[in-house]
Write a protein that binds this ligand. Structure first.
Ligand code: ADE
Length: 248
């Protein structure tokens, strides 16, 4: 997987992503990241990339020219006959979910366009963008953080990025349940002990306990996810009991 990120803040993106699991995957050549500075494609002597909005109003709008030239430079570097998917990050886009991460991970390369100021001239969006994504219902100052969020989540779905041990975690979101609580040493900390069952060595009991805690958490924090939850017979029974108790 190769990512190209069109941005005014290339260091923010490359430095932010070159750590931990993604850093390891980049060093191993499984994924690669190329940031392209939109400002380098300004033809203005002051390297401006924005201008006043037609029709008036507050803030500045990113001009189409520098973005289109940045995109052309990427096409040239990429040197393939087809057009890549180009993702624009915006609060009005489709809300990004785990299933989107999985689907986008199948692409060979992805281009991200990070906007700033009050927005981007609509015409260049029409010309190059294929997908509009939001990472949630709040407004951020620019597209860099959302692009980084998406690149992290997508990369985890690219084969070879996670070790076998790590991919177990990803799978647990697959059944739409939230993670169960985790504990490590010491066995007693600040007067709080680790749940007995986790020390028992009984793997079946531990798995059941974890599923039940996942159900508890999901019911408490994201009850709407329970509709799509995939539960085995025993977990289904536990969920029904909990529902019944909460109705009483
Ligand atoms: N740009 C500004 N806010 C955003 C959001 N919530 N998601 C994606 N892009 C954005």
């Amino acid at each position: 997987m190769k990512y190209y990120v069109m941005t005014l803040f290339p260091e923010m993106v490359s430095e932010g992503l070159h750590t931990s699991i993604l850093g390891r995957a980049m060093d191993a050549g499984i994924i690669s990241l190329e940031t392209v500075n939109i400002r380098d494609y300004s033809e203005d002597k002051h390297r401006h990339v924005d201008d006043y909005p037609y029709g008036g109003g507050a803030g500045m709008v990113m001009a189409p020219g520098p973005i289109a030239r940045t995109y052309d430079a990427i096409l040239e570097k990429r040197n393939k006959p087809d057009r890549p998917r180009v993702i624009y990050l915006t609060p009005w886009g489709k809300v990004f979910k785990q299933e989107d991460a999985k689907e986008l991970a199948k692409e060979d390369d992805l281009v991200f366009l990070c906007g700033h100021y009050e927005g981007v001239d609509e015409r260049v969006l029409e010309e190059i963008v294929t997908d509009y994504y939001s990472i949630g219902d709040y407004v951020l100052s620019g597209g860099e953080l959302p692009a980084m969020v998406m690149i992290d989540a997508i990369s985890r779905m690219v084969p070879g990025v996670l070790t076998n041990e790590e991919s177990g975690d990803a799978e647990s979101f697959e059944n739409s349940l939230l993670e169960y609580p985790q504990y490590t040493r010491p066995e007693e900390w600040n007067g709080r002990t680790v749940p007995e069952v986790l020390l028992s060595g009984n793997h079946k009991k531990i798995a059941e306990w974890r599923t039940e805690r996942s159900i508890d958490r999901t019911m408490q924090y994201r009850p709407e996810l329970m509709e799509q939850a995939v539960l085995d017979k025993k977990a289904g029974k536990y969920y029904k009991e909990r529902l019944k108790n909460s109705e009483e």
